[in-house]
Design a protein around this ligand. Structure first.
Ligand code: MN
Length: 330
Protein backbone atom coordinates (compact mmCIF):
# COMPACT_ATOMS: atom_id res chain seq x y z
CA UNK A 1 0.00 0.00 0.00
CA UNK A 2 2.10 2.96 -1.19
CA UNK A 3 -0.28 5.68 0.16
CA UNK A 4 2.03 7.89 2.18
CA UNK A 5 3.92 5.46 4.44
CA UNK A 6 6.78 6.89 6.49
CA UNK A 7 9.37 4.36 7.72
CA UNK A 8 9.40 5.79 11.21
CA UNK A 9 6.15 6.25 13.10
CA UNK A 10 7.80 6.73 16.48
CA UNK A 11 9.12 10.20 15.65
CA UNK A 12 5.71 11.54 14.57
CA UNK A 13 3.63 13.81 16.81
CA UNK A 14 1.47 11.70 19.11
CA UNK A 15 -2.23 12.01 19.72
CA UNK A 16 -3.03 12.20 23.40
CA UNK A 17 -5.28 9.47 24.79
CA UNK A 18 -8.80 10.76 25.47
CA UNK A 19 -9.74 11.19 29.15
CA UNK A 20 -10.98 8.04 30.84
CA UNK A 21 -14.20 9.71 31.99
CA UNK A 22 -15.19 10.85 28.51
CA UNK A 23 -18.20 9.02 27.09
CA UNK A 24 -17.29 6.22 24.71
CA UNK A 25 -19.32 6.10 21.49
CA UNK A 26 -21.21 2.81 21.08
CA UNK A 27 -21.37 1.16 17.64
CA UNK A 28 -24.87 1.46 16.16
CA UNK A 29 -24.40 -0.67 13.07
CA UNK A 30 -21.91 -2.45 10.82
CA UNK A 31 -22.82 -2.72 7.14
CA UNK A 32 -21.27 -4.75 4.32
CA UNK A 33 -20.79 -2.66 1.20
CA UNK A 34 -22.51 -4.03 -1.90
CA UNK A 35 -20.41 -4.18 -5.08
CA UNK A 36 -21.48 -2.38 -8.22
CA UNK A 37 -20.10 -0.89 -11.42
CA UNK A 38 -19.75 2.89 -11.68
CA UNK A 39 -18.74 5.33 -14.43
CA UNK A 40 -17.75 3.50 -17.61
CA UNK A 41 -17.72 0.22 -15.70
CA UNK A 42 -15.18 0.24 -12.88
CA UNK A 43 -15.85 -1.84 -9.78
CA UNK A 44 -16.75 -0.06 -6.54
CA UNK A 45 -17.96 -1.09 -3.11
CA UNK A 46 -20.45 1.41 -1.65
CA UNK A 47 -21.19 1.12 2.10
CA UNK A 48 -23.43 4.18 1.90
CA UNK A 49 -25.91 5.34 0.88
CA UNK A 50 -27.44 1.88 1.38
CA UNK A 51 -30.57 0.37 2.87
CA UNK A 52 -29.05 0.17 6.35
CA UNK A 53 -26.90 3.29 6.22
CA UNK A 54 -28.83 6.04 4.42
CA UNK A 55 -28.41 9.77 3.92
CA UNK A 56 -29.79 10.51 7.39
CA UNK A 57 -27.30 8.23 9.15
CA UNK A 58 -24.27 9.26 7.08
CA UNK A 59 -25.08 13.01 7.08
CA UNK A 60 -23.07 15.10 6.11
CA UNK A 61 -21.38 12.35 4.02
CA UNK A 62 -23.57 11.46 1.06
CA UNK A 63 -21.60 8.60 -0.42
CA UNK A 64 -18.48 6.51 -0.04
CA UNK A 65 -17.13 4.54 -3.01
CA UNK A 66 -14.24 2.14 -2.38
CA UNK A 67 -12.44 1.95 -5.74
CA UNK A 68 -10.69 -1.41 -6.03
CA UNK A 69 -8.33 -2.56 -4.91
CA UNK A 70 -8.19 -4.02 -8.41
CA UNK A 71 -5.34 -5.39 -10.52
CA UNK A 72 -6.18 -4.15 -14.01
CA UNK A 73 -5.07 -6.15 -17.04
CA UNK A 74 -3.65 -4.07 -19.95
CA UNK A 75 -6.47 -2.10 -21.62
CA UNK A 76 -8.92 -2.83 -18.80
CA UNK A 77 -8.71 0.29 -16.59
CA UNK A 78 -11.82 2.48 -16.80
CA UNK A 79 -12.97 5.78 -15.36
CA UNK A 80 -15.88 8.19 -15.43
CA UNK A 81 -15.82 10.37 -18.58
CA UNK A 82 -17.18 13.94 -18.65
CA UNK A 83 -20.20 14.42 -16.39
CA UNK A 84 -21.62 17.24 -14.23
CA UNK A 85 -22.05 17.70 -10.48
CA UNK A 86 -23.94 20.27 -8.42
CA UNK A 87 -24.66 20.83 -4.75
CA UNK A 88 -21.84 18.99 -2.94
CA UNK A 89 -18.11 18.13 -2.92
CA UNK A 90 -16.29 15.12 -4.38
CA UNK A 91 -13.19 14.00 -2.49
CA UNK A 92 -10.90 11.56 -4.30
CA UNK A 93 -8.10 9.86 -2.36
CA UNK A 94 -5.81 7.55 -4.32
CA UNK A 95 -3.79 4.91 -2.45
CA UNK A 96 -2.34 2.81 -5.31
CA UNK A 97 -2.17 3.63 -9.01
CA UNK A 98 -3.36 6.97 -10.35
CA UNK A 99 -6.39 8.92 -11.53
CA UNK A 100 -6.23 11.79 -14.01
CA UNK A 101 -8.73 14.57 -13.51
CA UNK A 102 -9.84 17.48 -15.69
CA UNK A 103 -12.68 19.90 -15.09
CA UNK A 104 -14.55 22.60 -16.99
CA UNK A 105 -12.94 25.31 -14.81
CA UNK A 106 -9.44 24.37 -15.97
CA UNK A 107 -8.66 22.45 -12.76
CA UNK A 108 -7.02 19.09 -12.95
CA UNK A 109 -4.03 16.91 -12.36
CA UNK A 110 -2.79 13.45 -11.58
CA UNK A 111 -3.90 12.03 -8.23
CA UNK A 112 -1.61 9.24 -6.97
CA UNK A 113 0.27 7.69 -4.04
CA UNK A 114 -1.70 9.23 -1.22
CA UNK A 115 -2.78 12.44 -2.95
CA UNK A 116 -6.27 13.80 -2.43
CA UNK A 117 -8.31 16.00 -4.70
CA UNK A 118 -11.04 17.95 -2.95
CA UNK A 119 -13.43 19.38 -5.54
CA UNK A 120 -16.28 21.62 -4.54
CA UNK A 121 -18.88 21.29 -7.30
CA UNK A 122 -21.10 23.92 -5.68
CA UNK A 123 -23.19 25.71 -8.34
CA UNK A 124 -22.03 23.28 -11.01
CA UNK A 125 -19.02 21.88 -12.79
CA UNK A 126 -18.20 19.22 -15.39
CA UNK A 127 -15.33 16.83 -14.81
CA UNK A 128 -13.60 13.79 -16.23
CA UNK A 129 -12.11 11.14 -13.92
CA UNK A 130 -10.00 8.69 -15.89
CA UNK A 131 -7.06 6.35 -15.42
CA UNK A 132 -3.95 7.88 -17.01
CA UNK A 133 -2.97 6.44 -20.41
CA UNK A 134 0.00 4.66 -18.84
CA UNK A 135 -2.24 2.69 -16.43
CA UNK A 136 -4.65 1.78 -19.25
CA UNK A 137 -1.80 0.59 -21.46
CA UNK A 138 0.18 -1.45 -18.95
CA UNK A 139 -2.54 -2.34 -16.45
CA UNK A 140 -1.67 -2.51 -12.77
CA UNK A 141 -2.90 -2.01 -9.26
CA UNK A 142 -5.54 0.64 -8.58
CA UNK A 143 -6.96 1.47 -5.15
CA UNK A 144 -8.66 4.55 -3.80
CA UNK A 145 -11.83 6.09 -2.46
CA UNK A 146 -14.26 8.79 -3.45
CA UNK A 147 -16.28 10.52 -0.77
CA UNK A 148 -19.20 12.88 -1.42
CA UNK A 149 -19.54 15.60 1.22
CA UNK A 150 -22.83 17.46 1.23
CA UNK A 151 -23.11 21.24 1.18
CA UNK A 152 -25.75 23.05 3.23
CA UNK A 153 -28.54 24.85 1.36
CA UNK A 154 -26.80 28.21 1.87
CA UNK A 155 -23.66 26.88 0.06
CA UNK A 156 -25.19 24.83 -2.79
CA UNK A 157 -24.56 27.75 -5.15
CA UNK A 158 -21.01 28.52 -4.07
CA UNK A 159 -18.59 28.83 -7.03
CA UNK A 160 -16.71 25.60 -7.84
CA UNK A 161 -13.34 25.17 -6.13
CA UNK A 162 -10.47 22.73 -6.66
CA UNK A 163 -8.00 21.77 -3.94
CA UNK A 164 -5.04 19.59 -4.75
CA UNK A 165 -3.94 18.03 -1.46
CA UNK A 166 -0.61 16.41 -2.30
CA UNK A 167 0.45 13.54 -0.06
CA UNK A 168 3.42 15.63 1.11
CA UNK A 169 0.96 18.02 2.79
CA UNK A 170 -0.95 15.36 4.71
CA UNK A 171 -0.61 15.68 8.49
CA UNK A 172 1.04 12.52 9.85
CA UNK A 173 0.41 11.53 13.45
CA UNK A 174 0.94 8.48 15.65
CA UNK A 175 -1.15 7.00 18.42
CA UNK A 176 0.00 7.40 22.03
CA UNK A 177 1.61 3.93 21.89
CA UNK A 178 3.17 4.60 18.47
CA UNK A 179 1.59 1.55 16.81
CA UNK A 180 -0.98 3.44 14.74
CA UNK A 181 -0.26 5.83 11.86
CA UNK A 182 -2.85 8.52 11.19
CA UNK A 183 -2.99 10.43 7.91
CA UNK A 184 -5.10 13.49 8.64
CA UNK A 185 -6.32 14.70 5.24
CA UNK A 186 -8.82 17.30 6.34
CA UNK A 187 -10.28 18.67 9.54
CA UNK A 188 -9.01 18.32 13.07
CA UNK A 189 -8.24 15.55 15.53
CA UNK A 190 -6.85 15.96 19.05
CA UNK A 191 -5.76 19.54 18.33
CA UNK A 192 -3.95 18.66 15.07
CA UNK A 193 -5.08 20.10 11.73
CA UNK A 194 -5.16 18.50 8.28
CA UNK A 195 -4.43 20.39 5.03
CA UNK A 196 -7.89 20.23 3.46
CA UNK A 197 -10.08 23.30 3.68
CA UNK A 198 -13.72 22.34 4.21
CA UNK A 199 -16.96 24.34 3.97
CA UNK A 200 -18.49 22.56 6.93
CA UNK A 201 -16.66 20.98 9.89
CA UNK A 202 -15.49 17.59 8.60
CA UNK A 203 -12.63 15.28 9.58
CA UNK A 204 -11.14 12.71 7.17
CA UNK A 205 -8.48 10.27 8.42
CA UNK A 206 -6.80 7.20 6.91
CA UNK A 207 -5.41 5.15 9.79
CA UNK A 208 -3.06 2.14 9.64
CA UNK A 209 -3.02 -0.10 12.72
CA UNK A 210 -0.31 -2.67 13.40
CA UNK A 211 -1.65 -6.13 14.31
CA UNK A 212 -3.18 -5.97 17.81
CA UNK A 213 -2.94 -2.16 18.02
CA UNK A 214 -5.72 -0.16 19.64
CA UNK A 215 -6.58 3.41 18.66
CA UNK A 216 -8.54 5.68 20.98
CA UNK A 217 -9.42 9.10 19.59
CA UNK A 218 -11.22 12.11 20.96
CA UNK A 219 -14.16 12.83 18.65
CA UNK A 220 -16.23 16.04 18.82
CA UNK A 221 -19.64 15.43 20.39
CA UNK A 222 -21.47 17.34 17.65
CA UNK A 223 -19.89 15.15 14.91
CA UNK A 224 -21.26 11.93 13.53
CA UNK A 225 -18.69 9.11 13.35
CA UNK A 226 -18.23 6.61 10.53
CA UNK A 227 -15.57 4.06 9.64
CA UNK A 228 -14.83 1.98 6.58
CA UNK A 229 -12.28 -0.87 6.36
CA UNK A 230 -10.06 -0.65 3.28
CA UNK A 231 -8.00 -3.72 4.17
CA UNK A 232 -7.58 -6.20 7.00
CA UNK A 233 -9.79 -6.85 10.00
CA UNK A 234 -10.38 -5.67 13.55
CA UNK A 235 -13.10 -4.37 15.82
CA UNK A 236 -14.81 -1.10 16.71
CA UNK A 237 -16.43 0.33 19.82
CA UNK A 238 -16.42 -0.71 23.49
CA UNK A 239 -18.12 -4.03 22.68
CA UNK A 240 -15.39 -4.79 20.09
CA UNK A 241 -17.83 -5.40 17.21
CA UNK A 242 -15.92 -7.31 14.54
CA UNK A 243 -15.35 -5.54 11.22
CA UNK A 244 -13.41 -6.48 8.10
CA UNK A 245 -12.48 -5.24 4.62
CA UNK A 246 -15.49 -3.89 2.75
CA UNK A 247 -17.51 -3.10 5.87
CA UNK A 248 -18.59 0.27 7.24
CA UNK A 249 -19.52 1.19 10.81
CA UNK A 250 -21.55 3.95 12.40
CA UNK A 251 -21.00 5.03 15.99
CA UNK A 252 -23.61 6.65 18.20
CA UNK A 253 -23.20 9.70 20.41
CA UNK A 254 -20.25 10.23 22.70
CA UNK A 255 -16.91 11.99 23.10
CA UNK A 256 -14.36 9.39 22.02
CA UNK A 257 -14.12 6.30 19.83
CA UNK A 258 -12.08 3.10 19.73
CA UNK A 259 -10.76 1.00 16.83
CA UNK A 260 -8.69 -2.17 17.30
CA UNK A 261 -6.72 -4.21 14.79
CA UNK A 262 -6.97 -7.98 14.77
CA UNK A 263 -3.85 -9.60 16.28
CA UNK A 264 -3.93 -11.99 13.33
CA UNK A 265 -2.07 -10.66 10.30
CA UNK A 266 -4.29 -10.51 7.20
CA UNK A 267 -4.26 -8.63 3.92
CA UNK A 268 -1.27 -7.55 1.81
CA UNK A 269 -0.02 -4.91 4.28
CA UNK A 270 -0.70 -7.01 7.39
CA UNK A 271 -2.33 -3.97 8.97
CA UNK A 272 -5.85 -2.76 9.52
CA UNK A 273 -6.32 0.04 7.00
CA UNK A 274 -9.36 2.07 7.97
CA UNK A 275 -11.00 5.37 7.03
CA UNK A 276 -12.45 7.45 9.85
CA UNK A 277 -14.94 10.15 8.93
CA UNK A 278 -16.82 12.69 11.02
CA UNK A 279 -18.77 15.87 10.49
CA UNK A 280 -21.60 18.00 11.78
CA UNK A 281 -24.87 16.66 10.32
CA UNK A 282 -26.70 19.22 8.15
CA UNK A 283 -30.20 17.82 8.91
CA UNK A 284 -31.63 19.38 5.73
CA UNK A 285 -33.91 17.79 3.13
CA UNK A 286 -31.98 15.87 0.46
CA UNK A 287 -33.11 15.54 -3.17
CA UNK A 288 -30.56 13.39 -4.98
CA UNK A 289 -30.56 12.33 -8.58
CA UNK A 290 -27.43 10.92 -10.22
CA UNK A 291 -24.72 13.59 -10.16
CA UNK A 292 -26.85 16.28 -8.45
CA UNK A 293 -27.63 16.56 -4.74
CA UNK A 294 -29.98 19.40 -3.82
CA UNK A 295 -32.80 20.13 -1.36
CA UNK A 296 -35.94 19.72 -3.50
CA UNK A 297 -37.26 18.09 -6.64
CA UNK A 298 -37.53 21.54 -8.28
CA UNK A 299 -33.79 22.06 -7.61
CA UNK A 300 -33.05 18.79 -9.44
CA UNK A 301 -35.20 19.73 -12.45
CA UNK A 302 -33.37 23.05 -12.59
CA UNK A 303 -29.99 21.27 -12.35
CA UNK A 304 -30.81 19.18 -15.43
CA UNK A 305 -31.97 22.27 -17.32
CA UNK A 306 -28.86 24.21 -16.32
CA UNK A 307 -26.60 21.33 -17.31
CA UNK A 308 -28.29 20.91 -20.70
CA UNK A 309 -28.15 24.65 -21.43
CA UNK A 310 -24.44 24.75 -20.61
CA UNK A 311 -24.70 26.78 -17.40
CA UNK A 312 -22.46 24.33 -15.53
CA UNK A 313 -19.68 24.82 -18.04
CA UNK A 314 -18.58 23.05 -21.16
CA UNK A 315 -16.19 20.25 -21.96
CA UNK A 316 -12.92 21.92 -23.01
CA UNK A 317 -12.59 21.64 -26.80
CA UNK A 318 -9.17 20.04 -26.61
CA UNK A 319 -10.55 17.33 -24.33
CA UNK A 320 -13.70 16.74 -26.36
CA UNK A 321 -15.16 13.33 -25.74
CA UNK A 322 -18.00 12.22 -28.03
CA UNK A 323 -19.43 10.02 -25.25
CA UNK A 324 -19.94 12.97 -22.92
CA UNK A 325 -23.67 13.39 -23.59
CA UNK A 326 -24.44 9.85 -22.51
CA UNK A 327 -21.87 9.68 -19.74
CA UNK A 328 -23.11 8.13 -16.52
CA UNK A 329 -22.22 9.84 -13.29
CA UNK A 330 -19.25 8.76 -11.27
MN1 MN B 1 -17.68 12.76 -10.71
Amino acid sequence: MPALNPDQWTTLPRIEEPNLDWIERPVIRVVTAPSLLEGAGFPVRRPWPSADLGFRQADPFLLLDHLGAVEYAPGEAKGAPWHPHRGFETVTYIIDGAMAHHDSQGGGGLIQNGDTQWMTAGAGILHDEMPPEELVRTGGLFHGVQIWVNLPKRLKWTPPRYQSLASSRVTLLASAQGDVLLRLIAGEVGGHQGPGSTWIPVTVIHASLEPGARLRLPWPEEFNALAYVLEGAGSVGPEAVLIHEGQGAQWGRGQKLTVSASPVVSGPSGRLEILLLGGVPLREPIASYGPFVMNSHADIVQAFEDYQSGKMGAVPAVEFNPDAESAPHG
